[in-house]
Write a protein that binds this ligand. Structure first.
Ligand code: ATP
Ligand code: MG
Length: 499
């Protein structure tokens, strides 16, 4: 996410082309004035590549109807694609503090404040001279450098469109900065980087390897595990199945080539913390080995594959949906109780055992690099994103509850809302529409409808907590988990997948 929300694009999606079309930097910094054309209703005064993209994906009418959502979507989108991907080697555990830092980071990366005395008109701006434009009143010139105020204190109050536009007008955006060419004018403090326990002290690669080796299992994993087939490759490395010869247990091992990872020290904390996290509804970490520069993360094997396969290939009954929700909620409740926000709850990250056990994965190790080019240009998975993430209001644990609601829609409809839309447009729709409409809504039981409403409340305070949902009447009628087995088998047959 980076917003280490992990990758933006679901692998089953094909609407990623638009990302490649985003104009690359022109190395021109400018201020801009955002305004709305009274005739066309379109937003103007944004950097050209932004305007092009907005016009491609969000109709004039929509821009006119909800300019705030359009602006928030484009801001968030640009933050996402500009984020230097190499920064995000391992997804750190997400806490509210981390989110706080990220919010500040977004502000700093996107918005180099340039309002100086006498410069309120933005002399180099892409300002509109068109008399038809509804220019917003200029803010009084600010002579001070804004201090980063913790968002906690400011963002409880929803901003009006005018305030958002004022904010934007005050920003100086280098609309074409290459991700790894972020420069810092002398008078500015460096862009905030995520602080982690381990990255504070500068360790050399050799020291990091030494430390990782110390906390990893000693000995040769090739003597303990008999490697069988590969099950797939993710952003951080490949996953293969192996058998632990000592007890005949089958395991999944993720092989991560650390030589390609610039921030190796992050994994130190991760390994330590993962060892502590054992829960029946999490894909548990079993061990770690270091072989030369390859880290092997040994995990429980979930032979039923991801829930995505079941939702796309089969039709689930409400009682089965309830059972999956209950299991995932138990995992979320466990993480939330420890101050961890998953931030990437979706069917791809819910793995199934052949007996129907349900486990959440990707709450720790997860990378945003070494994917294909498109994946590298963007971070985050928009379709499951809560509105407050897109609009960048203060957000916290409840984002996982929203994502669970979207995942419940996947179980009902086979896919999340807006999946067929391009990412920027999906962000716009999330910000503009809030609770998505569900085509099969009228066929759902009142308790499932209520459950969804509790998950998908746009107002964070009205959205339920994991523990509240665990007591929801919808979960009183859960099917036995073993009833998932036929669905898993059917999906595996359809997809010709089986371990
Ligand atoms: P990402 O990099 O976003 O995590 P990913 O989930 O596809 O992408 P990996 O986590 O590396 O990448 O997983 C690769 C494949 O291995 C996926 O198909 C995933 O479902 C499967 N997989 C991962 N962990 C396990 C596990 N413990 N048991 C069974 N399959 C697994
Ligand atoms: Mg994964």
């Amino acid at each position: 996410m980076s917003l280490s929300i992990s990758k933006l694009f679901s692998k089953k999606k094909s609407t990623t082309d638009s990302v490649a079309e985003i104009g690359l930097p022109t190395n021109v910094s400018h201020e801009f004035h955002v305004s709305k054309n009274a005739v066309t209703g379109q937003l103007e005064g944004l950097p050209d590549p932004w305007i092009r993209l907005l016009n491609e994906q969000i109709s004039k009418l929509e821009q006119d109807q909800n300019p705030a959502a359009a602006l928030q979507a484009i801001k968030f989108y640009n933050y996402s694609i500009k984020k230097k991907p190499q920064e995000e080697v391992f997804k750190p555990f997400v806490t509210e503090d981390l989110i706080e830092e990220e919010s500040q980071e977004i502000d700093k990366i996107l918005a180099k404040k340039k309002y100086q005395s006498g410069d309120s008109d933005g002399s180099t701006s892409v300002s509109s001279t068109d008399s038809q434009l509804q220019r917003l009143p200029d803010l009084p010139p600010k002579t001070y450098k804004p201090k980063l105020v913790p968002r906690k204190n400011i963002d409880r109050i929803e901003k009006t469109l005018t305030e958002i536009l004022e904010d934007l007008n005050a920003y100086q955006i280098d609309d074409n900065r290459m991700p790894d060419e972020i420069h810092h004018p002398d008078d500015e403090s460096p862009i905030l980087r995520r602080k982690t326990e381990c990255s504070v002290g500068k360790l050399s690669d050799e020291e990091v390897f030494e430390e990782i080796r110390r906390i990893c299992h000693h000995g040769d994993p090739n003597k303990r595990f008999e490697r069988s087939k590969e099950v797939g490759a993710g952003a951080s490395g490949t996953v293969f199945i192996a058998t632990d010869i000592s007890n005949d247990q089958r395991v999944a091992i993720k092989d991560i080539d650390l030589s390609k990872q610039p921030k190796k020290e992050l994994i130190l904390t991760e390994i330590k913390v993962l060892k502590e996290f054992q829960h029946p509804n999490l894909v548990n970490f079993l061990d770690a080995y270091l072989l030369q520069e390859h880290l092997w993360v040994v995990m429980e094997l979930l032979e039923g594959g991801p829930l995505t396969d079941v939702v796309t290939e089969t039709v689930m009954k409400e009682a089965q949906i309830a059972a999956v929700c209950r299991e995932v909620l138990k995992a979320i409740s466990f993480l939330h109780a420890r101050g961890i926000i998953h931030r990437d709850i979706k069917s791809d990250n819910v793995l199934l055992g052949m007996q129907g056990n349900v486990k959440v994965t990707d709450f720790g190790f997860c990378a945003n690099i070494v994917g294909d080019e498109k994946r590298q240009t963007m971070v985050g998975t928009p379709y499951w994103m809560a509105p407050e993430v897109v609009t960048r209001k203060q957000y916290g644990k409840k984002v996982d509850i929203w994502s669970l609601g979207i995942m419940a829609i996947e179980m009902i409809e086979g896919e999340p809302p807006y999946l067929k839309e391009a990412p920027l447009r999906a962000l716009y729709l999330i910000a503009a529409i809030g609770k998505p409409s569900i085509p099969r809504w009228d066929t759902l039981s009142p308790t499932l409808q209520d459950f969804l409403e509790r998950c998908l409340a746009v107002e964070v305070d009205e959205r339920a907590t994991a523990d509240e949902l665990l007591a929801h009447p919808f979960l009183e009628n859960c099917a036995d988990l073993s009833t998932l087995t036929p669905l898993i088998r059917a999906a595996q047959r359809m997809l010709r997948k089986a371990f």
